[in-house]
Write a protein that binds this ligand. Structure first.
Ligand code: IMP
Length: 194
């Protein structure tokens, strides 16, 4: 069985990634499951790619496993792409509720509510090959929060083709179409050949 360490201990992300890759014979660890990975990376890159590369490189230096990092942003057209790479700390560091409130407030008078999520995933395999891949999910920002089945900006994002937010969907439904699942599905062939 292959083993991959993720650059996160976010239980929602770990769950999503495990669900999407569950048919592959891969054991997926969170960062805190592996000794020696108890370090902080300052995510101050200008792009999702820069941040993902920082996180994954710091791990690859310390372990011989394959390592995978993802960095995600929500890009809102009427706000010139904000919060984008600053999504985690838009209003306040890792306070999802405040971040959502700030976004809804900034969009109050805007007609165009279109937005997209983008996930940048970088895998560094056991031979230290760097494999980057992206996934995008387009949609719009809802007028108010709806649903409680998600995390981050899920309760204010309505993907194209639906009239409910990610937080009103089952995990399976979100995993069919989400930015992260699209990136991971693109990566699956490569992972299965590790
Ligand atoms: P990170 O780069 O994955 O740490 O995420 C950046 C920001 O986007 C954080 O505020 C997360 O809560 C949020 N985020 C990441 N993935 C998702 C998602 O799938 N749905 C909603 N929000 C997300």
């Amino acid at each position: 069985m292959r083993e991959i360490v993720l650059s996160t201990d976010n239980i929602n992300k770990l769950r999503e990634i495990r669900e999407i890759l569950e048919d592959l014979d891969i054991k997926i660890y969170g960062k805190s499951d592996i000794e020696g990975l108890d370090f902080e990376v300052i995510e101050d890159g200008d792009t999702l790619y820069d941040n993902a590369l920082k996180k994954v490189s710091a791990m690859a230096e310390r372990v011989d496993f394959a390592v995978l990092a993802d960095d995600t942003g929500l890009f809102v057209k009427a706000l010139n792409g904000e919060p984008g790479v600053h999504s985690a700390r838009y209003a306040s560091e890792h306070d999802d509720k405040k971040n959502r409130e700030k976004l809804l407030n900034n969009l109050k008078d805007k007609e165009d509510r279109s937005a997209y999520f983008k996930t940048e995933i970088i895998l560094i395999d056991e031979d230290k090959n760097i494999i980057p891949i992206e996934g995008v999910c387009t949609g719009k920002i809802s007028l108010e929060e709806r649903g409680d089945n998600g995390f981050g900006y899920d309760s204010i994002f309505i993907p194209d083709g639906f009239d409910k937010t990610f937080a009103e969907m089952s995990h399976e439904e979100k995993n069919q179409i989400s930015h992260r699942s699209r990136a991971l599905k693109n990566l699956r062939d490569k992972i299965s050949n590790l």
